[in-house]
Write a protein that binds this ligand. Structure first.
Ligand code: PLP
Length: 379
């Protein structure tokens, strides 16, 4: 049994004829840049997500950068981000001369703490970036309410949660990425909707923002060679769009499969006191980009090494919070520090989860974790 964090090969082989035909079609027509598949994919994703507008771009980091560029921010403006996230979220803020303001997260759901975010708001704050970490939505009802109260923009980083659905208290349902002013996502191969290279997209409900985002992604031009604003070159290429059109049709099945794996892990590990299974946040479905345990009462690195010795890979997302990274530690830090994120960085361990897992494989993983706890912790 070869256990992997993700099984892109197995997933490809299940839908190989469809994918190969789509790829061949692009090769035959040689419309590699801005071919018809790009617009078609954008329309199909907009319809799947019930997003007004989808602007494809080169990757999820660019999507965040384009989003920040579209909001007319000035150097020194502050952008609130969780400190427990992937670096891309803060990177683009720093690159644009804006100031990232790091905020702690909730210990159970790993999401941006709305209370800490409110404490971090100053007269320079312009944007809040909730990250839908591991596959479920941040507390968007409270975040949108906070943003409204302080007149802030919200950019949702949906790189890990495409397809997740959020329910507001009045019953309104919205897909992750379509709630804030702008949503961004990534089609990196291992993401829930992954292409075979780099890719990304931006969602917005607002027509003016959509037009501006399209221009920024295309050298700031509406008409070729007439540049109204400073832009960048950030495109989703036609091959990737053709692949994504096929994979989008399977996205809900992929989410279902990931949930089946998660339910198996929950059942087997829910009774093991030394590991804490993921908490389901309120009002949101979970698409389990990651299945992340908290290791309590023992050293996470020991479990990681034990599983590795049995051929079971695991990952630590993330070992160091952003406020402690060399490149970001000079930004002003919260007066109360970041006790939750710092502890999570020591405790979290993500198990293999993907769309092609067998019960046999899952059982081997959970049995191995139980064996470790018996041997190492309880003896
Ligand atoms: C993957 C990821 C990104 C960046 O996406 P790329 O396509 O790799 O640039 C941004 N934010 C989060 C939370 C991610 O997981």
């Amino acid at each position: 049994m070869r256990i992997q964090m993700v099984d892109l090969q197995g997933q490809y082989h299940k839908i190989k004829p469809e994918l190969d035909a789509a790829i061949t079609e692009v090769l035959e027509t040689t419309a590699f840049i801005n071919g018809p598949a790009v617009d078609l994919f954008a329309q199909e994703l907009a319809s799947y997500n019930k997003a007004g507008h989808v602007i494809p771009c080169a990757n999820g980091t660019d999507a965040l950068q384009l989003a920040m560029m579209a909001l007319d921010l000035k150097p020194g403006d502050e952008v609130i981000v969780p400190t427990f996230t992937y670096v891309a979220t803060a990177e683009v803020i720093a690159l644009l001369g804006l100031t990232p303001v790091f905020v702690d997260v909730y210990p159970d759901t790993f999401m941006l703490s709305v209370e800490e975010a409110e404490k971090a708001i100053t007269s320079k704050t312009k944007v809040i970036v909730p990250v839908h970490l591991y596959g479920q939505c941040a507390n968007m009802e409270a975040i949108m309410e906070l943003a409204d109260r302080y007149n802030l923009y919200v950019i949702e980083d949906t790189a890990q949660a495409i397809g997740a659905e959020y329910t507001f208290n009045d019953g309104t349902l919205k897909k992750a990425g379509t709630i804030g002013h702008i949503g961004t996502t990534s089609f990196f191969p291992s993401k829930n909707l992954g292409c075979y290279g780099d890719g990304g997209a931006i969602f917005t409900q607002e027509e003016d923002l959509a037009k501006k985002l399209k221009m920024i992604a295309n050298h700031g031009q509406k008409v070729k060679y007439y540049h109204d604003i400073v832009g960048v070159n950030s495109r989703l290429d036609t091959l990737q769009a053709a692949i994504l059109r096929i994979k989008l049709k399977h996205l809900d099945t992929y989410s279902t499969n990931r949930n089946k794996s998660a339910a198996f892990y929950d059942r087997e590990l829910g009774t093991v006191e030394e590991v804490i299974i993921p908490t389901r946040a309120n009002n949101t479905t979970h698409v389990f980009h990651q299945y992340t345990l908290k290791c309590v009462g023992f050293d996470r690195e020991e479990l990681k090494a034990f599983l590795h010795s049995k051929g079971i890979p695991t990952m630590v997302y993330y070992p160091v919070p952003l406020h402690q990274q060399k490149a970001y530690s000079h930004y002003t830090q919260a007066a109360d520090g970041y006790p939750v994120s710092e502890q999570l960085c020591r405790q979290v361990l993500s198990l293999p989860i993907h769309t092609e897992q067998s019960e046999e494989e899952l059982l081997f993983i959970t049995d191995s974790i139980k064996e470790f706890v018996q041997k190492t912790v309880l003896s």
